[in-house]
Design a protein around this ligand. Sequence first.
Ligand code: ZN
Length: 119
Amino acid sequence: MIRSLLTERDGTESCAACLRIGLTPPASEPLEVDHKQPISLGGDNHWTNLQILCRYHNRSRGNRPVDPRRLPTWLAQLARERRLKAHVAWCEACGHVWSPVSKWLASQVEVLLANESAS
Ligand SMILES: [Zn+2]
């Protein structure tokens, strides 16, 4: 129920941190509800303090803000499984966000895509 509230508020059902860097995680990456301000730092369970994050962003964040210069592990995993190219095509075909916000991130994605094609 809280998930549908957050989906409505944010206009998307995807990871807030991935969207901020211009990516949409694959359906195989679980989505989790995260406390923006952690409980341990005085945050509460009110829906205004909650957001949807992919498992990578939720688990890697701890009590810190999301670091935009760390590559989500699901990206490398998709490439390893040779599914990244298909995922990008799916995003583009379905109108999901796929426009890496920084040159650094775009170049990392390009390398992964090139490796997937070459191997
Ligand atoms: Zn994410």
